[in-house]
Design a protein around this ligand. Structure first.
Ligand code: SAH
Ligand code: SF4
Length: 410
């Protein structure tokens, strides 16, 4: 049975916003690149000869130990900790809900304070435990400027981009809640072993189009991959894009992570309808950018995501064309059963059709795993993430549950 965890007993310091009690904004230190940290410290008059050492100590506390309070930084003097606390914040966002699905999937709703004139925003992050690995699905924007016709996030206007700190905060909160950081009494200098972590993989597949927030996504992922800190392997970080062609090369050369493309259609006419950014960057350009993706090879394949929509893109002719289009690209194909939402005009392909499609692709030499829908009972599946401001009404939620039961017999 799914359940929601009561978070009301959390210490209030864990839920402080970026504004302190007096309402004055502090600068987030999370999300600042290691190379820029010493400069930030010099800005608050920490003597030049100390800044590098201090930066490396702080980095360790933030990303190896996972502390969210300057007071815990034991090898930094009390005075300096107080000074840091006056100017910077390392607070976690407030967790407004934590739900655990019957299949172990977890979904957090995090509230981030307002930026500029905007209101506070709520963001969803999903953790998917699997045999031998655990994947965190991270959001890059609140809402999305794009309007893919089968995607629930696409019905919500873009509210704003998330900062690098807010993208990273999703990983830090998830690690807090899953016990992935060392306990406070772990001896200093000890590091988290790379094996046995709950979160071994990150996918930028939550809300939003990551390549429309490139700079912040880049900084967050570089910090997540930093060997002196969170140390996630770049091969275990995947960025999914609907096809923002001008940023694909930069993703490979500047971030160096794995790439996933939301393909979903094999001709421009249909893709224009399903993934409207195709009108700007049509299939031929998109596939060329994939052919040129830095670092792609048979050991580091590009994932092509393909949502299975009944009677729309799921015929054997589509499968055949898919194989033809991807020729010469080191690719794997990920078939995603469509996750319905109230008001959507699509249905998921029958299981039989999905298997036929998958068999054809397999017979032609592609690994084509069918993505098992996870966390459906807590609305954590792909394309179902939406912010609290547009939460489903209860009647919609009941309708959705009925659709899923009728469609999949789960
Ligand atoms: N904006 C990025 C990443 C987020 S979406 C992108 O579009 O790639 C992650 C994946 O879920 C994408 O492939 C997206 O097309 C797919 N998706 C969206 N809505 C879906 C739905 N209702 N059912 C199944 N997959 C969906
Ligand atoms: Fe945005 Fe991705 Fe949804 Fe398209 S599929 S609307 S790009 S989140």
């Amino acid at each position: 049975m799914p359940h929601t965890i009561d978070l009301t007993t959390r210490r209030s310091s864990e839920s402080t916003a970026a504004k302190d009690a007096s309402g004055s904004a502090k600068t987030p230190l999370i999300g600042v690149l290691q190379a820029d940290l010493a400069g930030k410290l010099a800005d608050i008059d920490i003597p030049e000869r100390q800044t590098r050492m201090r930066a490396s100590q702080i980095w360790h506390w933030l990303y190896v130990r996972g502390v969210s309070d300057f007071g815990a930084m034991a090898n930094i003097s009390k005075d300096l900790r107080a000074k840091l606390d006056e100017v910077f914040t390392i607070d976690r966002p407030e967790i407004t809900s934590e739900q655990v699905s019957g299949d172990g999937t977890r979904k957090w709703l995090m509230r981030f304070p307002s930026r500029g004139a905007g209101k506070p925003v709520e963001v969803e992050t999903v953790y998917i435990p699997e045999e031998g690995r655990g994947t965190l699905c991270v959001s890059s924007q609140v809402g999305c400027t794009l309007t893919c016709s089968f995607c629930h996030t696409g019905t919500q206007k873009l509210v704003r981009n998330l900062g690098a700190d807010e993208i990273l905060a999703q990983l830090l909160v998830a690690r807090d809640r899953l016990g992935d950081f060392p306990a406070a009494d772990t001896p200093q200098g000890a590091i988290v072993p790379a094996t046995g972590r709950k979160i071994s993989n990150i996918v930028m597949m939550g809300m939003g189009e990551p390549l429309y927030n490139f700079d912040n996504v880049k900084d967050a992922l570089l910090i997540a991959a930093d060997g002196d800190g969170l140390s996630l392997s770049r091969r275990r970080i995947t960025l999914s894009t609907s096809g923002v062609v001008p940023f694909i090369e930069k993703t490979g050369s500047e971030i160096g992570c794995m790439l996933a493309i939301s393909l979903h259609a094999v001709n421009d006419e249909l893709r224009d309808e399903l993934v409207p950014i195709n009108k700007k960057y049509p299939l031929a350009e998109l596939l060329q950018a994939c052919r040129d993706y830095p670092g792609a090879n048979n050991a580091r394949r590009i994932t092509f995501e393909y949502v299975m929509l009944k009677g729309v893109n799921d015929s054997l002719a589509d499968a055949k064309e898919l194989v033809r289009l991807l020729k010469g690209i080191p690719a794997k194909i990920n078939l995603i059963p469509f996750n319905p939402w109230p008001g959507s005009s699509y249905e998921c392909s029958s299981w039989e059709q999905i298997e036929k499609f998958a068999d054809f692709i397999n017979d032609n030499g592609y690994a084509s795993p069918i993505r098992t829908p996870r966390g459906r009972d807590i609305l954590a599946a792909c394309g179902q993430l939406k912010s609290e401001s547009e939460r489903l009404r209860k009647t919609d939620r009941l309708a959705l549950e009925a659709m899923m039961i009728a469609g999949h017999g789960e």
